[in-house]
Design a binder for this molecule. Structure first.
Ligand SMILES: Cc1ncc(COP(=O)(O)O)c(C=O)c1O
Length: 476
């Protein structure tokens, strides 16, 4: 059972006097969930300086809300913490976590590079005017059309996942009379301590080329012999929501050993090492936030030690965080509908969204905290479970959370939903996808409009006999 406990919040009394006070949990500890959150004098949850109840009223629910200041803060913290210990480094935002035109602009403004993993993400970045040379193109099964799109746009790097793709990129680059800069994705065989389904670093993975068995070595030889690709270095990604430093240190060491082995056997010296993303964030109180300076110091030391031991130059170091940049910078607002009490069993609080706008709970059994946004200053009184409105029993947002009394019409804010929610959203049950607003120091602006029912049927067609037999969409 989890409970969000707000500490030391400010309340403005009539006459504008401000009082400060703490609310402590039963164990005496008290914490804010994160820096974007406060509570105002109406007892409403404030996110990025905006009253979330007002946001829900203005933009309707479900609603994704992202704090622009928090996104920028995370991006800057990553850059400075990395560059402090490893000057020749680059932070690449993994856009799969949250990708919109506005987000791509913001990433560019913060001086980060961009990881895209599909034609759609690449298209979004290009429309946003993102510098193509700072785009890294991932994906384990890029189509010829996607590869051509990247080649024509002049993207920075293709992150090559397998031998088939290596051949394809070489072929297509040749046809277009281009040379593609590539990085080979390697599976170092390191397991990050996280849920099975989001581990991608093991040998048994659909991603990357394994070091053991010599496959990676053979891929290097192949790449070096090709006319239309230029091998720059190696990449690995060992998992997601990683809360420990050790797996990163382990994979950095393995990758440096691999760079040295390749240099010995082929004479090729990798100039770039990309250690992927996966840096953990705080979803629930028990999650440890990664200490970035310690993480980067440990990685940097491993790389330096290995470089010295093997007598190889230090590679340019790349990292690809996604959720670290947007995860805690986002919340989702919902309106409560039915509250169903099954005496002695459970109280289900049904909201107007769920797995269609946030499939992470159903997919990964992800855990979240929540606040009743219009009763944020009230103490919890009961344990409830927050259910979605999709026709799936697994459509739950939170099991067993302590909240104040919840009634129909209340606004629920689910916290730390900035990553892999909007980007994973679907139209299941033909729910229109929610709007997304950015907030910044009390200002709110829409970056993605809410879908309409017209949007839902926009690509439907009534061909031939079916079209004759039933009323047309226009007549509905
Ligand atoms: C290759 C690669 N890089 C980066 C990321 C970003 O991971 P995270 O958002 O956990 O930092 C992922 C996530 O799946 C990935 O597959």
């Amino acid at each position: 059972m989890r409970q969000v406990v707000f500490a030391h919040f400010l309340t403005r009394l009539p006459g504008d006097a401000i009082i400060e006070f703490d609310i402590c949990g039963e164990d005496g500890r008290a914490v804010y969930h994160n820096d974007s959150i406060t509570i105002n004098s109406r007892g409403h949850l404030v996110f990025g300086g905006c009253d979330t109840v007002e946001l829900a009223r203005t933009y309707k629910t479900p609603l994704y809300v992202m704090d622009e200041v928090a996104i920028r803060r995370a991006a800057r913290h990553l850059r400075s913490a990395l560059e402090d210990v490893y000057p020749d480094a680059e932070v690449i935002y993994a856009s799969k976590a949250f990708c919109t035109v506005a987000m791509c602009r913001l990433v560019d403004e913060e001086g980060l590079s961009l990881d895209v993993s599909s034609g759609g993400e690449l298209y979004t970045a290009l429309v946003a005017g993102f510098p193509p040379e700072k785009i890294y193109f991932h994906g384990n099964n890029k189509s010829p059309e996607e590869i051509e799109m990247g080649l024509k746009a002049g993207i920075g790097r293709f992150m090559v996942d397998n031998l088939f793709e290596l051949e394809l990129i070489n072929q297509l680059a040749g046809r277009l009379k281009k040379k593609a800069d590539i990085i080979l994705r390697i599976t170092p065989g390191v397991e990050a301590h996280t849920h099975d389904y989001i581990r991608t670093g093991q040998i048994d993975s659909k991603f990357g080329i394994g070091i053991t068995g010599g496959q990676a070595q053979r891929a290097v030889e192949k790449a070096l012999a090709m006319d239309n690709v230029e091998l720059r270095g190696f990449h690995c990604h060992i998992g997601s929501q990683i809360q420990e430093i050790e797996p990163y240190v382990l994979s950095a060491g393995i990758m440096m050993d691999f760079i040295s082995d390749v240099r010995e056997s082929t004479g090729f010296t990798a100039s770039e090492l990309d250690l992927g993303g996966g840096i953990g964030i705080r979803y629930v109180e028990s999650d440890a936030r990664m200490d970035l300076p310690s993480l980067f110091a440990a990685i940097s030391k491993t790389i330096a030690d290995k470089a010295e031991r093997h007598g190889i130059p230090l590679p340019r170091l790349l990292i690809e965080p996604g959720r670290y940049i947007v995860g805690e910078a986002g919340i989702t607002l919902y309106t409560v509908g039915a509250v169903k009490d099954i005496p002695g069993v459970r109280t289900y609080v049904a909201v107007d969204g769920g797995m269609a706008d946030n499939p992470r709970v159903a997919l990964y059994r992800a855990q979240y905290e929540a606040v009743v946004a219009n009763k944020a200053n009230l103490r919890p009184t009961a344990v409830v479970s927050i259910a979605g409105k999709a026709c799936e029993s697994g459509d739950m947002l939170i099991w067993d959370i302590e909240l104040p009394r919840v009634e129909p019409g209340d606004i629920i804010a689910v916290l730390s939903t900035g990553a892999y929610t909007y980007s994973m959203a679907s139209n299941y049950n033909r729910f229109p996808r929610p709007a997304c607003v950015f907030v910044s120091e009390g200002e709110a602006y829409c970056v993605v409009e809410r879908e309409t029912y017209e949007d839902i049927i926009a690509k439907d067609r009534l061909p031939g006999a079916i079209g004759q037999a039933r009323p047309s969409a226009a007549a509905l």
